[in-house]
Ligand binder design. Structure first.
Ligand code: TXA
Ligand code: MG
Length: 334
C-alpha cells in the first residue's frame, strides 16, 4: 500500500494550482480520494454542475456530495451542524465518511437533487486535501465513472472512461480504501446509514452513543437505524452479469456453469475449484480492508475476461464486511 508522502509526490503544487484554477473557471477535474476517484466541479457553479451531470450521464435528481477541507466550512453548506455531526466529524474526518445534513440556502438544487439536505465529506487523500485547500470552497464530486458503472480506484480507470471529457485528471495513485464512503443521514430525528462503507455501523454507533441528543419531549435519542431501504439497488455494476453465492453453494454454482457449457470467472475467498468452466479464479483477501482495496480492480479485471458471467462469493454478514457485501449485491443486481 502506498503511503501519503508517495501519493502527494505524484502531484506537485503547480498541478494543484492549475487544477484549482480550472475548477474556478467552471471546468471538470477528476481527483483521487482515499475511497474512489471523484469527478469534481465547483459546487457553487450551476453551469459546471450541469456539465458534470452530462459527462457522468447521471439523472438530474441524484444529489452529489460536496467535499470540503475543514469542519469550519460545514456552516456554509449546512443549515445547522448538530452535535452528533461534530462528534462524527471529529472522529472520522478527514476520512471515508459522508454526512447528510439539512442544507443551507447556498446549496444549489443540482447539488441537493431537489431535496432539503446536502451530503458533505472531508476526504483524507493528500491530493484531495491539497486541492480543496487551494480551491477554498466546496467541490461537488460523484465517483468518476459513468452512471451505474464501477467506481474508479486508479487514474488509469478514470482516463479510460472519462479522460477525453474532463479538463484534468490528477493521478494520486491507487485508492487506499477502495469502496465509497459510509453515508450517515443526520437530517432526521434518528440517524440512518444510507450506504455502508469501511467505517462500520458499530464504530458509528459507538460515537453516537456518547453524544447525547435531546429529542423534544421524549428525552434522549441515541439510536441508529441500520439501513435506508431501497436506495439505489442496482449500481456499481460490471458489464458482465455477476452472480453472488454463499460459500457452501460455490461448488454447485461452478458445476452448474459447466453443465450449461458456459464460461465463468470467479472472485472468491475459497481456494480455486478445478473445473473446465472456470476461466479465471481470483482469490479475495480475508482481511476486509485489503478485500475492499481489491474489489473494484478485480471486478474490472474479470469483466474483461469475456466470460458468460462472473461468480462472486459472499463475505460474512459482519459489520466490517457490510460495505463490501453491499457493493457485491448491487453489482449482482446490475
Ligand atoms: O466515497 C465517496 O463518497 C465518493 C468520493 C468521490 O467522495 N463519492 C461518491 O459519490 O461515491 P457518488 O455520487 O457516486 O455517490 C454518492 C451517493 C449517491 O448515492 C447519492 O444519492 C448520495 O450519495 N447522496 C448525496 N447527497 C445526498 C443527500 N443529500 N441525501 C441523500 N443521499 C445523498
Ligand atoms: Mg458513484
Amino acid at each position: 500500500m502506498q503511503n501519503q508522502a508517495q501519493a502527494s509526490a505524484l502531484v506537485n503544487d503547480e498541478e494543484i494550482k492549475s487544477a484549482s484554477n480550472l475548477l474556478k473557471a467552471g471546468q471538470l477535474v477528476a481527483f483521487p480520494t482515499e475511497t474512489v476517484y471523484g469527478l469534481g466541479c465547483d459546487a457553487a457553479n450551476a453551469e459546471a454542475l450541469a456539465r458534470l451531470y452530462r459527462v457522468k450521464g447521471r439523472p438530474g435528481d441524484h444529489p452529489v456530495i460536496v467535499h470540503l477541507s475543514s469542519v469550519d466550512q460545514l456552516k456554509d453548506w449546512a443549515k445547522a451542524v448538530p452535535d452528533q455531526a461534530l462528534a462524527l466529524a471529529q472522529k472520522f474526518w478527514p476520512g471515508p465518511m459522508t454526512l447528510i445534513l439539512k442544507k443551507s440556502d447556498k446549496v444549489l438544487p443540482a447539488v441537493s437533487g431537489g431535496q432539503d439536505t446536502v451530503g458533505l465529506r472531508i476526504p483524507s487523500h493528500p491530493v484531495a486535501l491539497a486541492l480543496l485547500k487551494e480551491f477554498a470552497s466546496g467541490i461537488a464530486a460523484p465517483s468518476a465513472n459513468r452512471h451505474g458503472k464501477i467506481s474508479p480506484t486508479t487514474a488509469e480507470h478514470v482516463n479510460a472512461e472519462l479522460g477525453d471529457l474532463v479538463a484534468k485528471v490528477l493521478d494520486g495513485g491507487p485508492c487506499t480504501v477502495g469502496i465509497e464512503s459510509t453515508i450517515i443521514d443526520l437530517s432526521a430525528d434518528t440517524p440512518r446509514i444510507l450506504r455502508p462503507g469501511m467505517i462500520t455501523f458499530t464504530e458509528i454507533e459507538d460515537v453516537l452513543k456518547k453524544t447525547k441528543k435531546k429529542k423534544k419531549g421524549k428525552g434522549e435519542d441515541n439510536s441508529i437505524e441500520p439501513r435506508a431501504p431501497g436506495t439505489l439497488s442496482s449500481h456499481y455494476a460490471p458489464s458482465t452479469a455477476l452472480k453472488l453465492f454463499a460459500h457452501h453453494n460455490l461448488p454447485r454454482a461452478v458445476a452448474t456453469a459447466e453443465n450449461l457449457m458456459m464460461h465463468v470467472s470467479v472472485m472468491a475467498f475459497s481456494d480455486p475449484i478445478k473445473c473446465s468452466a472456470v476461466k479465471i479464479w481470483k482469490q479475495l483477501s480475508e482481511d476486509p480492508a485489503e478485500c475492499a482495496r481489491q474489489l473494484y480492480v478485480t471486478m474490472r479485471e474479470l469483466d474483461g475476461t469475456g466470460v458468460d458471467y462472473i461468480i462472486a462469493e459472499e463475505p460474512p454478514e459482519l459489520p466490517e464486511w457490510l460495505g463490501i457485501l453491499d457493493r457485491l449485491r448491487r453489482a449482482a443486481n446490475g
